[in-house]
Write a protein that binds this ligand. Structure first.
Ligand code: GLC
Length: 648
C-alpha cells in the first residue's frame, strides 16, 4: 500500500544526501520509491515494537543511500547491464570454481597470474572462500570473522582483492564472496567489548547470566558439531555469562532481534557489494533467527530478514545476486527462494544440496529410485531463481533428504543411511571409497561424510593398490558425477582440485587448528608443479582436466542447459539410469547417466515418450550420431558412462 508519509520521509533523506532524483540518480530513485513500502513492511514485521525500531529505520534508509553513493560508476554501469540482460545468472555460459586463496595460490596477489588457468579450463566465476580477518587456529576455514572490513593479512589486503576483482571483470569473470551473517568470531571487536562488560555490545549476542534460558533452548536445538563443539552455549569467564555458539565455541551467534545488529550487517553487505561482488553467498541463513522451544532453524523471521536484505540490495546494488547457503531438507529449501508475494524475491540461488547428496546415494547403490522420489520437491524451484549444482564443496556431504524418499524405493531409511556411511567411510570391504564420517552424533546416530571427489570415487584406493582397473573406473566416475551436475540446471561450481583428481590430504591431522575437523581432508593444497601434468597426455591430471574442460565447453555451446526451469526426468525404464531432458525453444537435450558398474540397456522407446518424433540423436560427448532404434532395441551405456544427446 502506498504510504505517503514514508515516501516523504525517504525523499527528505535523499534530498539531504543530494541525490539527483530527476537526473543521474533517477533510476536509483525509482527503485527506492517502488520498493519503499515493501522494505518498510518487512522491517516492521521484525522491528516495529522495538524501542529503537523507528530511528533505526531512518538509519537503514541512510545506509542504503550511502551504499549507492559510494558505489563506483563502473559498478553502477555493470548493474544496468545486468538489469537489461534480465536473469543474467541463469545463463549456460557461467561455470564456477570454489577455492581457498591461500591453498590454491598462496595469496591474493598471486591470483591474477592464475586467470589463464581458469580460462583454459573454462571457469569464469570464482567463489573465494572467506578471506576476511579470522584468528588462526580458531577460524573454521575463515567462517569465524573478526573483522568484516579487513582482508586477513595471510591473503594480502583489500587493494589486492579489488585489483583481482577488476582483472576478473575485465576478463568476463564473476566474483562470489561470503558474508558470514549468523555469527562473528569471539575475537571480533563487538565480542571483545561484550566480554569486557559493555551492555550495548552484549545485546549484539544472545548472552545470559545463567543456564536457565540456555537450557530451554538446548532442549530443542540440534547440535551442529557434536564432536568438536557439543551444545549450543559457551561459558565466558571474563563476563561470567553464557553466550550462544551454535557452531564452534569461538563463533558467537549474532542477535538479529536487535535492529542495530541488522543495520551493522546490512552495511557490511553493502561494503561487499561495493567491492564488486556479483553473487553474495549468505552463510548459514537458516540459523539467523532464534526462538526458544524451536530448532532455531528456518524460522519465518529468518526469511523476513533475507527478504529485507534482498530488497535493500535491489535498491542500492541491484547487480549483486544472493545465494542463501541453507543446507536443509527439500521442503524447507524452497522457501529460501521466497513464498507468496515474495516468490523469486528472497535468495536468487540456493545449493541443490539434496541432489548433490542423492548423486552420491546413486553412485553407492547403483540405484536411482531414491533420487527420483525426491524430484517432485526439487522441481518446485520457481522460475527466475537458480541452483548451485555441485558434487563436492568445502563442507561434508549430509544425508538429510527425507525418509519417505528412501522408503519409496522400498528401503529402510536407517539401514540405507548406514550402508551409505559405511560405503563412503570405507568400512564396507567391497567399497572403493576412501572418506570419513564427520560430526557423528552417538545420541541420534547421525553422521555426515568427508572426502574428496576423487577419493570417494575410488581413486585413492586405486592408486594405493596400483590397481589400473580401479584407477580407470574412478576417473570414469569422477567425470560422470561432474557431467551429471553440470547439465542439471543451475550454476555448476567445481571444488578446486577436483578438476585434477586430487585425493584426500591428511596433513590437517598434524595441525592443532584443524585436526578436530576432518573436512580439511578434502581441502587440498595445490601443487603447481603437479598441475603442469594437465598437459602430459595420459596422466590422471590430464584425463580429468581435459574431460572437465570438454564438459564446460559443451555446456557453453548449449543454451538449452541454461536454467529456464526446463528439466523433465525420464521415466524410470531402468533403475540404474538417471536421465533428464532439457528443453528450450525447439531444442531438446537428453542427458543419460549410468550409475552402475555394469553396462546397462535403455529402450529406444525412452526417446519417443512425451510425443517426441526424432530419428537421430547427436552425442555431444562422443561426437557420434545415433539412430533411434525400435522399441525392442536398446541404447547400451557403458559402466558409469553417460551421453549428452541432442535430438535431431
Ligand atoms: C557454513 C559453512 C561451513 C561453516 C558454517 C559455520 O555452513 O559452509 O563451512 O562451518 O557455515 O560458519
Amino acid at each position: 500500500m502506498f504510504d505517503h508519509h514514508l515516501h516523504e520521509r525517504i525523499h527528505t533523506i535523499l534530498q539531504d544526501k543530494k541525490i539527483d532524483t530527476v537526473g543521474k540518480d533517477s533510476l536509483f530513485y525509482a527503485r527506492f520509491m517502488s520498493l519503499a513500502d515493501t522494505i518498510a513492511q518487512l522491517y516492521n514485521e521484525i522491528y516495529y515494537h522495538h524501542n529503537r525500531g523507528a530511528d533505526m529505520f531512518d538509519a537503514l534508509i541512510s545506509s542504503i543511500t550511502n551504499a549507492y553513493l559510494e558505489r563506483s560508476v563502473q559498478l553502477k554501469e555493470r548493474d544496468i547491464d545486468k538489469l537489461e540482460k534480465g536473469n543474467w545468472f541463469l545463463s549456460n555460459e557461467l561455470t564456477g570454481m570454489s577455492l581457498y586463496v591461500d591453498r590454491f595460490a598462496g595469496n591474493l596477489g598471486n591470483m591474477p597470474s592464475k586467470l589463464d588457468y581458469f580460462n583454459e579450463l573454462g571457469v569464469n566465476f570464482l567463489h573465494l572462500m572467506p578471506i576476511f580477518e579470522s584468528p588462526a587456529g580458531e577460524s573454521d576455514g575463515g567462517y569465524a570473522v573478526s573483522n568484516f572490513r579487513k582482508v586477513d593479512q595471510r591473503f594480502g589486503d583489500i587493494n589486492d582483492l579489488v585489483e583481482l576483482r577488476k582483472q576478473m571483470h575485465a576478463n568476463g569473470m564473476h566474483l562470489m564472496l561470503d558474508i558470514v551473517l549468523n555469527h562473528t568470531s569471539h575475537r571480533h571487536e563487538w565480542a571483545e567489548k561484550a566480554k569486557a562488560g559493555d551492555p550495548h555490545y552484549q545485546e549484539y549476542f544472545y548472552m545470559y547470566d545463567n543456564r536457565w534460558i540456555p537450557n530451554q533452548f538446548d532442549e530443542k536445538m540440534p547440535e551442529i558439531f557434536p564432536e568438536s563443539s557439543p551444545g549450543n552455549f559457551t561459558y565466558i569467564e571474563e563476563c561470567n555469562k553464557w553466550v550462544m555458539t551454535v557452531f564452534h565455541h569461538y563463533q558467537w551467534d549474532l542477535n538479529y532481534m536487535n535492529p542495530v545488529v541488522f543495520k551493522e550487517m546490512i552495511e557490511n553487505i553493502f561494503f561487499f557489494a561495493n567491492l564488486g561482488v556479483d553473487v553474495l553467498r549468505i552463510d548459514a541463513p537458516a540459523f539467523i533467527w532464534k526462538q526458544s522451544g524451536t530448532t532455531c532453524q528456518n524460522l519465518p523471521q529468518a526469511h523476513t530478514l533475507l527478504r529485507l536484505i534482498k530488497h535493500c540490495v535491489m535498491v542500492a546494488s541491484p547487480g549483486m545476486a544472493l545465494l542463501g547457503e541453507a543446507i536443509v531438507a527439500p521442503k524447507e529449501i524452497m522457501k529460501y527462494f521466497g513464498t507468496d508475494q515474495f516468490v523469486a524475491k528472497e535468495c536468487d540461488f540456493a545449493y541443490n544440496a539434496t541432489h548433490m547428496a542423492l548423486q552420491w546415494d546413486m553412485l553407492a547403490s547403483g540405484d536411482t529410485r531414491v533420487m527420483l522420489a525426491a524430484q517432485h520437491e526439487i522441481l518446485q524451484k520457481p522460475y527466475g531463481t537458480s541452483w548451485i549444482t555441485y558434487t563436492r564443496c568445502h563442507d561434508d556431504i549430509g544425508l538429510g533428504y527425507d525418509d519417505y524418499m528412501i522408503e519409496h524405493a522400498g528401503k529402510s531409511p536407517f539401514e540405507h543411511r548406514r550402508f551409505l556411511k559405511d560405503y563412503y567411510s570405507g568400512s564396507l570391504w567391497s567399497s572403493p571409497a576412501r572418506g570419513a564420517l564427520f560430526s557423528s552424533n552417538p545420541k541420534t546416530g547421525d553422521a555426515r561424510i568427508s572426502g574428496s571427489l576423487a577419493s570417494l570415487c575410488g581413486l585413492e584406493k586405486g592408486l594405493y593398490e596400483s590397481n589400473q582397473w580401479l584407477i580407470d573406473q574412478s576417473i570414469q566416475k569422477i567425470i560422470m558425477m561432474q557431467a551429471h551436475s553440470f547439465f542439471l540446471g543451475g550454476l555448476p561450481i567445481i571444488f578446486y582440485g577436483d578438476e585434477l583428481g586430487y585425493t584426500n590430504d591428511y596433513s590437517y591431522q598434524q595441525d592443532p587448528g584443524k585436526s578436530y575437523d576432518n573436512r580439511w581432508m578434502h581441502r587440498p593444497i595445490i601443487d603447481w608443479e603437479r598441475n603442469k601434468k594437465i598437459h602430459e597426455e595420459g596422466t590422471i591430471e590430464n584425463r580429468v582436466f581435459t574431460a572437465t574442460q570438454k564438459l564446460i565447453s559443451i555446456r557453453k555451446q548449449l543454451t538449452v542447459v541454461g536454467d529456464h526451469k526446463n528439466i523433465t526426468w525420464l521415466s524410470p525404464h531402468n533403475i540404474h539410469i538417471a536421465g533428464y531432458i532439457r528443453t528450450y525453444n525447439d531444442k531438446k537435450l537428453y542427458c543419460i547417466f549410468n550409475f552402475s558398474d555394469k553396462a546397462v540397456y535403455l529402450t529406444w522407446y525412452a526417446f519417443k515418450e512425451h510425443g517426441n518424433h526424432h530419428s537421430q540423436l547427436h552425442d555431444h560427448w562422443t561426437g557420434k550420431t545415433l539412430n533411434i532404434g525400435n522399441d525392442n532395441e536398446f541404447l547400451i551405456i557403458e559402466p558409469y558412462g553417460f551421453h549428452l544427446l541432442e535430438a535431431k
